[in-house]
Design a binder for this molecule. Structure first.
Ligand SMILES: *Cc1c(COP(=O)(O)O)cnc(C)c1O
Length: 482
């Protein structure tokens, strides 16, 4: 038997490369990364995939080893060169983000060292780092020292965790669900709807509070609706405000909603997945005033702090409430229950074994200093205003409201014919060109084009390029129509 064991050990030795082999792998990866980054400026923002991409669905996972350069070549052709170039400067589509190289270094280190970041006992240091980040973001939101939270994989999971905490805090039993009421607007991110369904609250009463002409929740209607619901014996449970809607970047009146929720005794959640990072800027702090009154807030560092996909954050005013919802015991974890200066992530979230995902934010913050992030975010706010102003200066263009944050909506007006059809064709032309990527949406039922500024690499020259391409495509359309 020993012979067989040793044979198997030898047969799997390749899984543990020698130092020389590691250096070769690292160098190949670095070489590819440099190549990828060097062609980024002015490169494509969106590219439709070639047919060969689909071979990835069936390509065999072979028994035999392959060389990394060959694997990278395959990845480059089939993965990294098509679809959205998410962290490129021309990505002005889905709430953008990314680009921070320091995060890649952090991810590498986190993967090599692999601290078990679910439980304080297993990795006191990494849990302290993550707790520090959570307390820092709690400070940005203006929360007291009682605050705590959870670093999730993104905003959807953070919002789901918030909804579960709010449900547990209100001690809602299955029989109470149909009498419980949640208040939001038609601009609330769809992940909140989904969170309600996943959390077993799908059949609660959902009130869509009307919005004003700038797509912000009308606080008077909120107050009236809550009063009516109380009178008719329903139980107002949760109010969800948006601090930066995905659609238009509009911010609900956070302070007024805070006053109403405090009187009504409902849980007040702010989805600031998009807008929360702007709290490091003076302008953002001003625009998000009132956020400190909430019970919980979601911030997505993989948006406004430019880290790669895979980092969201839920911050709760009272950490005890999060612990009450998620803390769990198991015999095989009995050795881990020690005195600790920071609660384990596993006691504050649905996760147990957890990647040290906080390092991808902590390391760049240390490496570059907060001032650089503040400047980059102020730059993005100004770029959006610049785009809005320049769009207003184009004759055949109509803009949506002046941006609260960094999303601008607009549409081109045709000389004759259906504006929606015209703008659909315009968008097709811009996306097919590929240098710039923007999306469309509906504002008050009207088909609008939408520019969102938030990757680290989006600068003035990208916005100028966008404006140039827009004018070029409008002219093309006009000449085609004759
Ligand atoms: C992006 C976003 C979400 C979803 O976050 P993911 O990180 O994509 O899961 C939720 N709410 C708002 C307002 C967002 O902008």
């Amino acid at each position: 038997m020993k012979e067989r064991i040793l044979d198997l050990q030898r047969a799997s030795e390749i899984l543990e490369p020698t130092e020389r082999e590691r250096r070769f792998l690292e160098n190949s990866a670095i070489e590819y990364s440099d190549q990828f980054l060097n062609r980024m400026p002015g490169g494509h923002a969106y590219r439709k995939e070639k047919q060969q991409v689909h071979s990835l669905l069936t390509e065999p996972l072979s028994e035999e080893p392959m060389e990394l350069p060959a694997i990278l070549k395959n990845l480059d052709e089939k993965v990294f060169q098509s679809g959205l170039n998410a962290s490129s400067g021309g990505q002005l589509g889905f709430i953008p983000g990314g680009g921070l190289f320091g995060s890649a270094v952090a991810d590498y280190l986190a993967a090599v060292t692999n601290p078990y970041t679910g439980i304080y006992y297993s990795s006191p240091g990494s849990v302290c780092v993550e707790t520090r980040l959570i307390r820092w973001m709690a400070g940005l939101a203006g929360y007291p020292a009682s605050a705590g939270g959870y670093l999730s994989s993104g905003g959807s999971l953070a919002n789901l965790t918030a909804v579960v905490a709010a449900r547990e805090n209100a001690e809602i039993q299955p029989k109470d669900v149909e009498k419980s009421v949640v208040y939001l607007t038609d601009q609330t991110h769809h992940c909140v709807d989904r969170a309600l369904r996943i959390s077993g609250m799908g059949s609660c009463v959902i009130r869509h509070i009307p919005t004003d002409d700038r797509m912000r929740m009308d606080p008077h209607r909120l107050e009236e609706t809550i009063e009516e619901d109380l009178k008719s014996g329903l139980k107002p449970w949760l109010v969800v405000a948006s601090a930066g809607t995905t659609n238009s970047g509009s911010i609900d009146p956070l302070a007024e909603i805070g006053k109403i929720t405090r009187q009504a005794g409902t849980w007040y959640h702010v989805d600031a997945a998009y807008g929360g990072c702007f709290l490091v800027t003076e302008q953002g702090k001003e625009n998000l005033k009132g956020i400190e009154q909430s019970d919980s807030v979601v911030i997505d560092p993989h948006k406004g702090f430019f880290v790669p996909y895979g980092l969201g954050a839920l911050i709760v005013r009272d950490e005890e409430k999060l612990a009450a919802a998620f803390q769990a015991e198991a015999d095989y974890l009995q050795d881990t229950r020690i005195d600790q200066p920071a609660r384990s992530p596993a006691d504050l979230s649905p996760e147990l074994s957890k990647h040290f995902r906080g390092l991808r934010l902590w390391l760049p913050l240390k490496l570059y200093g907060l001032q650089a992030f503040r400047s980059a975010l102020e730059e993005k706010l100004l770029l959006a205003h610049y785009a809005w102003r320049e769009l207003n200066g184009i004759d055949s263009v109509e803009t949506g409201p002046e941006p609260d944050l960094s999303v601008v909506t607009f549409r081109a007006l045709p000389d004759h014919g259906d504006p929606e059809l015209w703008n659909r064709r315009l968008l097709d032309k811009i996306v097919a060109d590929g240098r710039i990527y923007i999306t469309s949406t509906r504002i008050g039922g009207i088909y609008m084009l939408r520019v969102a500024v938030l990757t680290l690499r989006t600068h003035l020259e990208d916005l100028d390029r966008f404006l140039m391409i827009l004018k070029e495509k409008i002219d093309e359309l006009k000449s085609e129509q004759g």
